[in-house]
Design a protein around this ligand. Structure first.
Ligand code: 13P
Ligand code: SF4
Length: 336
């Protein structure tokens, strides 16, 4: 039996977790808290025992994001913080490529991925053999690879990037032309922001490709004061209809700093919940597209991972060194 099944909501747990619920009250109904609280409490205790940290992506559910995460952020922030942590154990509340990035940067630490099936349609869209063929076709052209890829693909690349630093990374190479993999829409967005010629692949995010410019238009017709923020994995017509384009962290910063009255975040749904919990004065309009991979991580499987110290992320030593170099080269690019 899993540990989660044996836990009760006791008065002691209610007291200990009350400050956490205060942060969540706007987005987690009171009736649900007795199910989450014993898990939050047990995870907090086990993290201390194991000297573990939970890294959570901005798309994790609020009870993970505000309840048990030690570090939250976009892919870039999670990679940077993973490189700095002094914990012995890292639990990735995100998807598999994020756990691999954390392991590349911490080869001697234990990196746990609560559900190994948490993949990504972009990471699935390209293989290491595809990258080798592209290099044959475009000899001498450097390969810039989005972190949403496997370690094998990173190993064939010159440098990685995220949605938060893609333009800076491309321009840091000082060349006229790059191969940019695998997100076609992010590649188009980068091409619109730089003079460097971009050779793209046809990968798409299954969550962001479903948004349309027409949908944004319908929301604008309904709310005349709407501020629209979009992730660069969205199709070009969506980005053209947005007021601001940026990584998940850049979108959050934009809302927290600007405090618009009404906001539409064109990205995965949980992010609006996570930000709404922190900025009660902003109203969020939610077109809801969930990432099924992100949603594989739950409080129960985080607890189970900490209890059993499984499943562990391991990377083939034949690719780890080269993949690490591509990630470290990205981290060395100074933000503007
Ligand atoms: P960010 O790096 O902007 O958080 O994006 C990661 C991701 O998977 C978006 O779908
Ligand atoms: Fe991959 Fe899209 Fe899910 Fe992000 S939201 S993890 S890009 S499938």
């Amino acid at each position: 039996m899993s540990l989660a099944a044996t836990l009760d909501y006791t008065p002691e747990i209610a007291r200990a977790t009350a400050p956490v619920y205060d942060r969540l009250r706007r987005v987690v109904p009171e009736i649900e808290w007795p199910f989450h609280a014993p898990l939050v409490h047990a995870i907090t205790e086990l993290k201390r025992e194991r000297n573990a940290v939970v890294l959570a992506h901005n798309y994790q559910t609020p009870e993970i994001f505000h309840g048990v995460a030690d570090i939250v952020g976009d892919s870039l922030a999670l990679a940077r913080k993973a490189a700095e942590t002094e914990a012995d154990v890292i639990v990735m509340a995100g998807v598999h490529f994020m756990a691999e990035t954390a392991k590349l940067l911490n080869p001697d630490k234990l990196v746990l991925m609560p559900d190994m099936r948490a993949g990504c349609s972009l990471a699935e869209s390209i293989t290491a053999a595809d990258v080798r063929l592209l290099r044959e076709r475009w000899p001498g052209v450097p390969v810039v690879t989005y972190v949403n890829t496997s370690a094998e693909v990173k190993a064939e690349s010159d440098v990685c990037c995220t949605s938060g630093n893609a333009v800076e990374v491309v321009e840091s190479l000082g060349v006229d032309r790059v191969i940019f993999l695998p997100d076609e829409f992010l590649a188009k967005y980068v091409a619109s922001r730089t003079k460097v010629e971009i050779i793209a692949w046809q990968g798409h995010c299954e969550v962001h490709e479903r948004f349309t410019g027409a949908q944004i238009g319908e929301y604008r017709d309904r709310f005349d004061d709407l501020v629209v923020l979009a992730h660069p994995e969205c199709p070009p017509d969506v980005l053209a209809a947005a007021d601001f384009v940026g990584s998940t962290a850049h979108m959050i910063d934009h809302v927290v700093a600007g405090r618009p009255r009404r906001v539409l975040m064109v990205t995965e749904c949980s992010m609006s919940d996570n930000v709404a919990a922190a900025v009660p004065d902003v109203e969020f309009v939610r077109p809801c597209n969930l990432c099924p991979h992100m949603k594989r991580v739950t409080l129960s499987n985080i607890l189970e991972a900490l209890r059993t110290l499984q499943p562990r992320v391991e990377i083939d030593p034949a690719v780890a060194g080269r993949a690490r170099r591509a990630v470290e080269r990205m981290l060395a690019v100074r933000p503007r």
